[in-house]
Design a protein around this ligand. Structure first.
Ligand code: ATP
Length: 273
């Protein structure tokens, strides 16, 4: 792919809630999630000359970005480096060269604090559902972290219940998580991430395993969140209304624009229009 002129507009600033009130998190969770940045304004995600080598292969090659928008989409061909880029944002992958910061926190040195700010949703919810029942899985996210007091069980259960009600999963609270449908599992995985109230949510192809109706439901959920959202997807139509779309190719961000021009450029580059 040829490099695309980077004409990214400023985009709508993040910070303003777009609806979808979150269940109230216990005070220590909320405090942990916001301890490292000011509450006002967006969390600034910065990548400075980031290179990532995995095995013998340089998967990302000199990525510079500053993300502050409420809704950012990431698209690109298979193997282009999208997942690697997404995983950098909460320290699941660290740069081989360069630096990634979130709210001023360096992912390489302050990974735990970064992960309180940035929640991550995987493609396959089975990869992130860890407890036997639906309610237990959400409660697991509220376990005390190092140096923090454990939650009062009643308070924890109330937070879990509110989160399940909000996502339409309350009737399944005591059901085995592995018996949920694919769409319900992804909702559970997202609920378990959101219950800790991250300020940024990164989702790596969260709808790839879902049918059209569930895919749309998950995208609608992501759209309505108060958090900043960065979503990797092959589902180009669902990026309508996003603030910014990045096109990744060969380990570089080759286009960076509003959804209309970025997606049109990507379709042309893929020979699909
Ligand atoms: N641990 C690893 N060791 C070696 N190479 C890896 C490793 N992880 C990923 N890669 C390679 O890095 C490249 C980019 O992978 P990545 O998963 O970021 O791509 P992607 O754009 O998300 O692809 P897809 O759309 O298929 O999910 C791929 O060629 C992949 O094979």
């Amino acid at each position: 792919m040829a490099l695309f002129r980077r004409s990214r507009p400023a985009g709508r600033p993040a910070g303003a809630a777009t609806g979808g009130a979150s269940p109230s998190a216990p005070s220590h969770v909320a405090a942990a999630a916001t301890a490292d940045t000011t509450d006002a304004g967006p969390v600034v995600v910065r990548l400075d000359d980031v290179h990532v080598t995995l095995g013998e292969r340089e998967v990302l090659r000199g990525v510079d970005l500053e993300l502050t928008e409420q809704r950012v989409g990431v698209v690109g061909a298979n193997g282009s480096g999208k997942s690697t880029l997404a995983r950098l944002l909460n320290g699941l992958v660290l740069p081989t060269r360069g630096r990634v910061t979130v709210g001023g926190l360096d992912t390489a040195r302050e990974g735990a604090a970064v992960r309180r700010l940035v929640g991550f949703v995987f493609t396959d919810p089975d990869a992130q559902i860890v407890m036997p029942t639906v309610a237990e899985d959400v409660a697991y996210s509220l376990r005390p972290r190092r140096g923090e007091p454990a939650l009062d069980p009643e308070e924890r259960d109330a937070v879990v219940h509110a989160a399940l009600v909000e996502r339409g999963l309350a009737d399944h609270a005591d059901h085995p998580a592995h018996l949920l449908s694919g769409g319900q599992k992804q909702l559970l995985a997202i609920t378990s991430v959101l219950v800790t109230r991250p300020r940024v949510l990164v989702a790596d192809e969260p709808t790839t395993l879902l049918d059209l109706r569930n895919a749309r439901a998950v995208h609608a959920l992501l759209r309505g969140l108060e958090q900043q959202v960065v979503v990797v997807t092959h589902d180009l139509d669902l990026l309508d209304g996003y603030d910014r779309v990045l096109v990744v190719d060969g380990g570089r961000v080759v286009a960076d624009d509003e959804p209309g021009p970025a997606v049109a450029w990507y379709r042309r580059a893929m020979g699909a229009s």
